[in-house]
Design a protein around this ligand. Structure first.
Ligand code: DAH
Length: 342
């Protein structure tokens, strides 16, 4: 009889079920009162007296093992019916939607900028985000103790020699002019970093696009006309553009660029601070010192440059009033742009 117990133990151990019927077969054989267990327990009576104790013990063990295995088989069957298609699923039902996501509004704006300037003959160039002092400041004609070099604006990585996260995309101007001969017509979009508190209007990481055109006889009128064309293509045909005199170390003369507020159309709102105008960037004629720093003859060549914010451009285009929305990854915000294409 003990041999029989061993055989049954083996059988229980190796038992596998693929469906309800096989599970029921296990139950009938090992768990039910009419099964093999009852018969075995009854057999104890016939066994010699000195063997009964040992036999009872191993039968109890067998019973326990059967009960534990039964629970295991139930869960295994449940799991496999959840993961496989099973017989009960209706394969004719239409499929559920596949969430393929959409284009982030900043990416869509970035691509649109490249497209508009591309048609005007501007190629795309990029520069490093970790930059040395020469390319981020010195070659751009920043005096040695200009406030923009100070810790409050710049994330320094190393001191003496200074290595920092670039504070603007103007570093790419220098890298291009050092390596190419005019005519140069380039657009440099990229990520920039400033040590600023995050708010609805400011972030420590944002994006700019730098525009640089260097050739013989380039004048301020070319800058104005190019940006006017860009604004009409980007925003709308009836947008107005205005240049306000300003100062940047790397341009002379310099101007800040405003466009007419597309949110309130001049009526006054918090985006344009009730002026009817919104600033989108800075611009000017490349300072002759900058051309010379890059080995370009400033007697022969002139150029214009501009640096605009991608976030600012995108906010104006889509009427977004908080910069933080771009990085919060809230699907309720992102879904509103899911139909955007490149
Ligand atoms: N680099 C400037 C900034 O981040 C923006 C700028 C102004 C870029 C004038 C230019 C320019 O190329 O000509 O504030």
């Amino acid at each position: 009889m003990l041999d029989q117990v061993d055989i049954l133990k083996e059988e229980i151990k190796n038992y596998q079920v693929n469906n309800e019927q096989e599970l029921e077969a296990f139950r009938l054989k090992f768990i039910s009162r009419k099964g093999v267990m009852t018969q075995l327990f009854e057999g104890i009576k016939e066994a010699p007296a000195e063997k009964r104790k040992e036999l009872g013990k191993s039968l109890n063990e067998l019973k326990n093992e059967a009960q534990v295995k039964f629970k295991v088989l139930i869960s295994a069957l449940k799991l496999s019916s959840q993961t496989s298609t099973g017989d009960l699923k209706d394969l004719t039902l239409p499929p559920g939607g596949i969430g393929i996501g959409g284009i982030h509004p900043l990416s869509a704006t970035w691509e649109r900028i490249i497209e508009i300037f591309g048609r005007l003959g501007f190629n795309v160039s990029e520069g490093p985000e970790i930059e040395d002092d020469w390319h981020n400041f010195t070659a751009l004609n920043f005096p040695p103790n200009h406030p923009a070099r100070e810790m409050q604006d710049t994330f320094f990585i190393e001191k003496d020699p200074d290595i920092a996260l670039r504070t603007h995309t103007s570093n790419v101007q220098i890298r291009i002019m050092e390596n190419q001969k005019p005519p140069i017509r380039t657009l440099s979009p990229g990520r920039v970093f400033r040590n600023e508190a995050i708010s609805a209007r400011a972030h420590c990481i944002f994006h700019q696009y730098e525009i640089l055109y260097v050739d013989e006889n380039v004048g301020f009128v070319d800058l104005k006309q190019t940006l006017y064309h860009f604004a009409r293509e980007m925003f709308s045909k009836d947008v107005k553009i205005r240049f306000r005199p300003s100062y940047f170390p790397f341009t002379e003369p310099s101007a800040e660029i405003d466009i007419s507020c597309l949110i309130c159309h001049g009526k006054g709102c918090n985006i344009c601070k009730y002026t009817g105008w919104v600033e989108i960037g800075g611009s000017g004629m490349v300072d002759p010192n900058v051309l010379e720093n890059c080995g370009i003859d400033s007697q022969k060549y002139t150029g214009y440059a501009a640096g605009l914010g991608i976030e600012r451009t995108c906010m104006l285009k889509y009427g977004i009033n908080d910069l933080r929305l771009f990085t919060q990854n809230d699907v309720r915000f992102l879904r509103q742009f899911s139909s955007l294409g490149f």
